[in-house]
Design a protein around this ligand. Structure first.
Ligand SMILES: O=P(O)(O)OP(=O)(O)OP(=O)(O)OC[C@H]1O[C@@H](n2cnc3c(O)ncnc32)[C@H](O)[C@@H]1O
Ligand SMILES: [Mg+2]
Length: 211
């Protein structure tokens, strides 16, 4: 039987998305949540790429198996690209998805940010263009080599949350092309358009062409 793919994450939202994506390729995944004794990885890189590599290498060197890691975040135009690589700890120590979303709306309201785009049908205003970014790093401890890919998706930050799906900033991320928030998409729909889905498709293609 093929081994599960080890993903160097503690984020259950990511784990569910990877489990869904890899199931279609006939593979299962396992995350660091199955290894509670494994120490927290310090993500002190300046870029998504650096942090993805730090996570993949920490777990790969410890477990001596190839490891996939995901570093991702939200770039908001009206905030000069923040929170970017700091997306997970935007609202400080002990940040949660809820506190990060609250902080994002607070900051945009403090700046009186508003976008020229048409409000939604229910009157909800769009506050700023934004982009989700995901960098995937696959590390093989046997060779010390990394394979990397990046995916993005463009949208807007809406002034109030919508939808129950996804995780993180998804309820505030409006997709004008679908007229829905990221949290209103099924796993399948999110994978088809998301930063993570795009990055994964690129990585799989690279692996297949053995680049
Ligand atoms: O480092 P790991 O253990 O993988 O888990 P994490 O949640 O800390 O993940 P990151 O360091 O990559 O930080 C990503 C941040 O961006 C948010 N984020 C990433 N992908 C997202 C997505 O698909 N939808 C909504 N928010 C997302 C997420 O909620 C975090 O706040
Ligand atoms: Mg993290």
């Amino acid at each position: 039987m093929t081994q599960p793919i080890l993903i160097a994450t503690k984020n259950e939202g990511k784990v569910k998305e990877f489990a869904h994506a890899f199931a279609k390729l006939g593979r299962t995944v396992v995350s660091l949540n199955e290894y509670p004794a494994f120490p927290d990885i310090v993500e002190d890189g300046d870029t998504f790429s650096a942090n993805a590599r730090i996570k993949a290498k920490a777990a790969g060197d410890a477990f001596q198996v190839p490891v996939l890691a995901d570093d991702s975040g939200l770039r908001v135009a009206a905030l000069g690209g923040a929170p970017g690589v700091y997306s997970a700890r935007y609202s400080g120590e002990g940040a949660t998805d809820a506190s990060n979303n609250a902080k994002l709306l607070e900051e945009l309201k403090r700046l009186n940010a508003t976008d020229a785009a048409e409000p939604l049908a229910d009157g909800t205003r769009l506050l700023s263009p934004a982009q989700f970014v995901c960098v995937l790093a696959l590390y093989d401890p046997a060779t010390g080599e990394f394979m990397e890919s990046e995916g993005t998706v463009d949208g807007f930050i809406a002034e109030r949350p919508r939808g129950e799906g996804g995780f993180g900033y998804d309820p505030l991320f409006w997709l004008p092309q679908l007229s829905r928030s990221m949290a209103e998409l099924s796993k399948e729909e999110k994978q088809a358009i998301s930063h993570r889905g795009n990055a994964l498709a690129k990585l799989v293609e690279k692996l297949e062409t053995n680049e």
